[in-house]
Design a protein around this ligand. Structure first.
Ligand SMILES: *Cc1c(COP(=O)(O)O)cnc(C)c1O
Length: 400
């Protein structure tokens, strides 16, 4: 049988909406790129993005900043993390997450995940008790949302504050509650491959006025904190404005304008991702030798990426399997690779974590996990074709 070939780029984004282009040109003409370069009571694009996202998310306060990782870093500080303090976090996450803990002067305490890529609650409980951590940085890596009712009940019982890393769950929910509305604080990323694409950027939300004021001061507000779009009252700043260090990480108006123009399409885009995800998922689960963990009906995820396992193959065959898929145009990433490539997501590659724990369940869950990006520039036919390539290559390897 002839080899099926796929030819589109897995890194191709959709064009930025026309409304953004128009606004960006206006901003360029005005020269007012800095978020505090406003006249009178006008709100900058950065402030408008804060307003609109707080409204979208249903949270009182929102800060726009330079990146998701930066948002996590200052959120940890605003939540009271002290130098040397421990922070519980998922062992399966992306490098900016332990990096944010490190930047805030903290020590990551890695918690095991289970075979569904969710935090292991028994291990969370054990590590909460054996460490001095007061904060859980819950990373919803690759958009896998665990049973948030159980998780939050356990965190309440253990007295843990929760910071949600929603880089892959913007637009997602558990039950009727949006992802990012469970913890005291949540951070989102606007990096190109996330659900809003401003190139780089971050949004942090909370309902806690004092934390919001600290976030804004840390982000580099000088004493211009009144020029924010979703901030607490000026009185709240009186308590924190001289004690929160300026760690410059402001959002600029160009990025904000690009994000603002995309926000009205976010929910629609989530549906478009899920349509593509479901075609790919159905194709992959139908192939003997491939498996995808089941997802709970209460989880409203956004299928902007898909994880599957070639359980019918030997671990040693995975590099060749990936090369064969790549030769037919299908780009996969392997979370189990000993030598991280492109992105690093296996905890034992973050050598600055000391002491480095051994987490057998996490390693087992990742050992055969392959990752497929789901760009919106792919149509239904593309997704069917990708599924057919993966099926063809798997059949060939299973026969070896
Ligand atoms: C992208 C990402 C972040 C933050 O990314 P930035 O590049 O700093 O915006 C955090 N967590 C996860 C899981 C991510 O994928």
């Amino acid at each position: 049988m002839s080899k099926i070939q796929f030819n589109k780029a897995f890194t191709q984004q959709e064009p930025i909406p026309e409304t953004a282009k128009k606004r960006v040109m206006e901003l360029l003409d005005s020269g007012r790129l800095h978020r505090y370069n406003t006249v009178g009571s006008e709100l900058s694009d950065a402030a408008l993005l804060e307003q609109d996202f707080a409204h979208y998310q249903g949270r009182k306060y929102c800060l726009a900043c330079t990146s998701g990782g930066y948002g996590l870093h200052i959120a940890l500080r605003a939540m009271g993390l002290q130098a040397g303090g421990q922070v519980l976090t998922n062992a399966y996450t992306l490098a900016p997450v332990p990096g944010a803990i490190h930047a805030a002067g903290g020590q990551p305490v890695l918690v095991e995940i289970d075979e569904n890529y969710h935090l292991d609650l028994a291990d969370l409980k054990a590590k909460a008790k054996s460490s001095h951590a007061k904060i859980l940085l819950l990373s919803l890596m690759r958009g896998h949302i665990p049973d948030m009712d159980r998780l939050m009940a356990l965190c309440n019982e253990l007295g843990l504050q929760v910071l949600e890393d929603c880089a892959h769950t913007m637009g997602g929910a558990w039950g009727k509650v949006k992802s990012g509305n469970f913890g005291q604080v949540a951070a989102f990323s606007l990096q190109t491959y996330k659900h809003l694409n401003t190139g780089e950027g971050g949004l942090v939300v909370t309902d806690d006025a004092e934390i919001a004021a600290r976030l804004i001061m840390h982000s580099g507000a000088y004493m211009l904190y009144e020029r924010h779009g979703a901030a607490p009252a000026p009185e709240v700043f009186e308590q924190v404005r001289l004690t929160s260090a300026n760690m410059s990480g402001r959002m600029d108006n160009i990025r904000a304008a690009i994000g603002l123009a995309q926000l009205p399409n976010l929910d629609d885009n989530c549906k478009r991702w899920n349509r593509r995800y479901s075609i790919l998922r159905n194709a992959i689960v139908a192939v003997p030798g491939l498996a995808i963990p089941a997802r709970d009906a209460r989880e409203s995820f956004v299928g902007s990426s898909l994880q599957f396992r070639p359980i019918g193959l030997d671990g040693a065959q995975i590099p060749d399997f990936m090369s064969a898929c790549a030769a037919q145009g299908v780009e996969l990433k392997w979370f189990g690779d000993d030598n991280p490539k492109g992105f690093t997501s296996r905890y034992d590659s973050w050598h600055y974590i000391d002491p480095m724990p051994h987490l057998p369940n996490t390693l087992r869950a990742l050992e055969k996990t392959l990752d497929l990006r789901v760009p919106l520039t792919f149509n239904d036919e593309d997704c069917h074709l990708i599924g057919a390539v993966i099926a063809q290559v798997t059949a060939e390897f299973m026969g070896r």
